[in-house]
Design a protein around this ligand. Structure first.
Ligand code: BES
Ligand code: ZN
Length: 585
């Protein structure tokens, strides 16, 4: 017996799922999916135990190919892994079928009330399966090292639309219900299973891309995301053909807990990207980049998460460099560097979480989440690139993507490939310090550009109107990130009086200023803080704002009061993460 993933009960010695058929009835009144899944194995079972991952599921029955019920035990719930479903599989079985119901508290699902939608008329439900939440929707071998194809059919109210990270292959209406069918022929890790049901409309962006959103938002979304085909072409020129056929986008309700989620064929996006000036399309570049780094080559388990996110940040900034120029890519890298330094402060008590290769037995990846795998991973790759030269490093990337296409990889796989392709390179940059040491090693690559140098001149004080007249949202964001926390009240007051940053349409700028304001005791910003915490469920904004409020005695009660008020609006994952901050303060 071997369990190669510390976050899954999947066992190497047991039958391995190749494909599954999933049928679910979506009931908004009970907030339950009543479902059935058929798991088909790579090879007929030898006979013995199969362990599946589940979380909060009620099992109605398990059957084998002869229609016979199979004995099974649903073990006690582990707070991180969920409940092991142990099934006795007869020798020769090529598949098994499980009937089950999800819990109204399913950790992947948010059942959004009509009032929380734009249209206010219809409910909405969506999934967020990364990191360990697919198991709250489907009993499965929930480890990225077991890729699976699937078919799905969702039975939904006929006035609503279902979408999935899969090819849509038909919709049959019968009175008040409709059945929407999907197929996914490219094998995916379970964390990429994704669906949403709501009042949705779509608009084509290019022959292979359309955006879905609530009807009232679809035009704004199409405008904001108009350059998707340019992004696809730039990415293909850099990383090879796009393997997933379509690249559709779904603009989520505001409570979506992330900026974006790279669900294959259908990236999910926070509506906070719709700033009206296309200033946050780097998030699309990031999710698109995952089509190569992450979705094609997946981390074998969460301990190698930097292979997903570090490579993706690297790929994202390559795409931005092509489309917007090296100066803009350098601004993104500089913001990333500031955020990384903040992460080091937040993780001061757990420096082991600042390594690239982590040990996560007994640790929930959602609670260990930080920008370290993103930005330290990025800096490691840039440092390698600088030491190897751009040409050889590009060749290495191509090799990496080719070697693990539709596979799952570990840090050890990467080390082996680099040793083989560019001998001596790892030693030259002190790779062990990057991979297994805390914080940042000496000799780290740093971004440089004329715009960065201009910004450095304004450090620590409010800029004059003349200095800031050409600043983009990104320059504002970087300038604010680099200000000391706390900063003098006079600086906060002058910034607000001159530039009304609490009202910025760009949420990165707005939240960056609000966090600075909270950390500095600038009370005039609090109404805006309340507004943001009541409007968004994006953890990138919730976490620093709640943290900053909790840190000062005079605002800590407000953090608790706001969380009590808004908790139910947040996705279950965000509820847990923010509750952790409040309880730990
Ligand atoms: N895959 C991540 C989101 C994620 C990470 C979900 C871990 C669950 C667990 C996604 O690609 C991501 O990184 N989103 C970022 C985008 C940003 C880096 C441009 C986000 O949500 O802010
Ligand atoms: Zn990502």
């Amino acid at each position: 017996m071997a369990r190669p993933d510390p976050h899954s009960y999947a066992d190497d010695a047991q039958p391995r799922t190749k494909t599954f058929e999933w049928k679910a009835v979506v009931d908004f009144s009970t907030q339950v999916l009543t479902a059935e899944v058929t798991l088909r194995f790579v090879a007929a079972a030898a006979g013995g135990v199969l362990d599946l991952d589940t979380r909060g599921l009620s099992i109605d029955g398990v059957h084998g190919p002869d229609g016979e019920p199979l004995s099974h035990v649903l073990h006690a719930n582990d707070p991180i892994l969920g409940a092991r479903l142990e099934i006795a599989v007869p020798a020769g079985a090529e598949w098994i079928r499980i009937g089950y119901r999800t819990s109204p508290q399913a950790s992947a699902l948010q059942w959004v009330s009509p009032e929380q939608t734009l249209g206010k008329k219809h409910p909405y439900v969506f999934s967020q399966c990364q990191a360990l939440h697919a198991r709250s929707v489907v009993p499965c071998q929930d480890t990225p090292s077991i890729r699976q194809t699937f078919t799905a059919s969702l039975d939904v109210p006929s006035h609503l639309r279902a979408v999935m990270g899969a090819a849509s292959v038909g919709r049959d209406e019968k009175g008040a219900r409709a059945v929407e069918r999907f197929e996914m022929d490219q094998p995916i890790p379970p964390y990429l299973l994704a669906f949403a049901v709501g009042e949705l409309a779509s608009k084509d962006l290019s022959p292979r891309s359309r955006v879905w959103a609530e009807p009232a938002q679809v035009d704004a979304a199409a405008w904001e995301l108009a350059n998707v085909e340019d992004q696809l072409r730039a990415a293909e020129a850099l990383f090879g053909p796009y393997d997933w056929e379509r690249f559709d986008l779904l603009v989520m309700p505001p409570s979506f807990p992330y900026g974006g989620m790279e669900n294959p064929r259908l990236t999910f996006l926070t509506p906070s990207l719709l700033t009206g000036d296309r200033s946050l399309v780097n998030v699309v570049a990031h999710e698109l980049a995952h089509s190569w780094t992450g979705n094609l080559v997946t981390n074998a388990n969460a301990e190698h998460f930097w292979l997903n996110e570090g490579f993706t940040v690297f790929a994202e900034r390559r795409i931005l460099e092509v489309l917007e120029g090296a100066d803009i890519a350098a601004l993104h890298a500089a913001i990333g560097y500031e955020k990384l330094k903040e992460s080091f402060v937040v993780l001061a008590a757990t420096p082991e979480l600042t390594r690239l290769r982590t040990h996560l037995t007994g640790i929930d990846p959602d609670l260990a989440f930080s920008l370290v795998p993103y930005e330290k991973g990025y800096l490691f790759l840039k440092t390698l690139e600088a030491a190897a030269g751009a040409g050889p490093f590009d060749a290495l990337l191509t090799k990496w993507l080719g070697a693990h296409r539709f596979g799952a990889a570990t840090t050890e796989d990467f080390v082996a490939l680099v040793e083989n392709e560019l001998p001596g390179l790892l030693a030259k940059v002190d790779a062990p310090a990057w991979l297994d040491g805390p914080l940042l090693p000496a000799g780290t690559w740093r971004p440089e550009s004329a715009r960065l140098r201009a910004l450095e001149k304004v450090a620590g004080r409010a800029p004059t109107k003349d200095e800031s007249k050409d600043w983009s949202a990104m320059e504002w964001h970087l300038y604010l990130e680099a200000l000391p926390r706390p900063s003098p009240l006079a600086v906060c007051a002058e910034l607000e009086a001159s530039y009304a940053l609490t009202q910025s349409k760009n949420p990165e700028v707005r939240v960056s200023f609000l966090v600075l304001a909270c950390a500095s005791g600038f009370a005039a910003a609090l109404p805006s803080v309340k507004e943001v915490l009541g409007w968004t469920g994006r953890m990138k904004y919730l976490k620093p704002l709640y943290r900053a409020l909790l840190k000062r005695a005079e605002t800590a009660p407000l953090a608790r009061e706001l969380f009590a008020r808004y908790e139910k609006q947040y996705h279950p994952i965000a509820q847990e993460v923010v509750r952790g901050l409040i309880e730990g303060s």
